[in-house]
Design a binder for this molecule. Sequence first.
Ligand SMILES: Cc1cc2nc3c(=O)[nH]c(=O)nc-3n(C[C@H](O)[C@H](O)[C@H](O)COP(=O)(O)OP(=O)(O)OC[C@H]3O[C@@H](n4cnc5c(N)ncnc54)[C@H](O)[C@@H]3O)c2cc1C
Length: 498
Amino acid sequence: MLRTLIRHKLQSYRIPLSQPDNTLPEKLSQPRSVAVIGGGIAGMSAAANLAERGFEVHLYEKERYLGGKIGSWEFQSHGQTLRTEHGFHGFFRQYYNLREFLHKIGADRHLIPIDDYTILYDKNKKQGFRNLAKTPLLNILSLRRYGMLDWKTFVHPRSLPFVHLLAYHPQRTFQKFDGESFASFAARTGMNRYMRLVFNSFARAFFAEPEDMSMAELIKSFHFYFLSNEDGLIYDVLDSDFQYSFISYVEKFLYKYNAVVYYATPVETIATASDHVIVNGRRYDYAVLCTDVKHTKRLVENSPELKRHPLLYRQLSALKHSGRYAVLRLWTDRFEADKSLPFFVFTDRLKCLDSVTLYHKMERESEAWSRENQGGIFELHSYALPHDLTDDSEIQACLLRELYHYFPELEGMKILHTYFQHRDDFPGFHVNQYAGRPTVKTEAPRLFLAGDWVKMDNCTMLMEAAYTSGALAANYIMTDEGLRENALWSVPLKGIFA
Ligand SMILES: Cc1cc2nc3c(=O)[nH]c(=O)nc-3n(C[C@H](O)[C@H](O)[C@H](O)COP(=O)(O)OP(=O)(O)OC[C@H]3O[C@@H](n4cnc5c(N)ncnc54)[C@H](O)[C@@H]3O)c2cc1C
């Protein structure tokens, strides 16, 4: 009964974001060209959605491969050719639009479920959430079973702000909490250690230290990932390298619809007019800018003509990227002792290590390497490197030290190959950023924005935000051309008590 009521109140967990008008044509009847700048998920989304409708699409990517943060590439180590990726990614079940796309292009056959959402803490303790209730609200109450909530949480006056977790509202939450950091909220509400562990794992998904992370963004993420759907915290991963399980399917789809991909071709300048956009000196009817925050700022600095749109220029120039993060992949001669661990585990960070991925259990190519070499492939992430840890070799040493803390059986292992990334190109979901963030539709009538950093009315984040924003940009262009827009979906826009 309660479950049905909650489901009803939360609109069966899925609401339409667009209202396609079936009387409108699907395909273009006159030639129209679009430049899509940046070939991450947002760019692939805009390009695929528009090419399918008959637009002449040119997709520009500065790297030799598509995918952006889900890209994968080859490298040489000790005479061997190996592949690596930007980092482990989880595909949650409420990624409605991205998953529909994976289904459309045939890549969903590569999705496999992770056994559990697991956090390692202290030296030998682990906390899984497989048996957590799935219905929103009841799942919060069932956190009591894990020692993460007690009745005091509900009666202590300091704890009243917890109610806001259940009352996500697209405007009010940001008005109230975008100026407060997660660290300050946790201190003010006396959040217990285990609950902090769970929230930290959410905050880290946004590459921010608790002192920087906007509490409003965290409430939004709690709504999106935990309180707006019945899918629980269990998600899926791709069973093979991203190039083979995702990007090659997108490439095939783009070629089928005659899109042209310019690899290793950075866009250096953009200029806009009322009826066209100039990209790298070439004229297009429309452009969708799908670059990451850091490179967007560079492109804007290089494109003074964008000053004709003062609000857009100001918003893009003020974008903030995350602090530094690190991804270290190791090819080793040992395995972890606890065979029951899922592919991916969060760790309660000592100084730098936030998560460990066991690639040899998850990805076909890694499994094959592991069988052949009788060793493991581990990927270590630090989502927000401490300020005093800047040197590459010190970062790697710190990550390894903490790996041995949680996996003492690996100490003394032989490391056969490594691939290390030290980057800062994630969007900053920091305090006081939301109000100034630009939207998909801009002041420039022919220029649209897409990416995980672009503000949208619906509640969505990370890969789903990247995909949805690209598809929304495509919908705006189709509407301008009198075409039927594509159907898009969202979790409910508001929390149960909003
Ligand atoms: C380590 C790590 C783990 C993650 N884990 C998860 C996860 O588990 N689940 C999840 O949902 N999300 C996760 N994310 C986030 C997710 O990767 C991103 O939200 C998403 O991929 C962003 O896609 P995008 O298209 O917006 O941007 P990007 O992937 O950054 O794409 C931008 C593209 O623009 C290109 N570009 C930049 N400048 C130019 C230029 N001038 N000309 C041409 N091209 C240019 C770049 O090369 C890049 O290909 C993770 C991210 C990282 C880094």
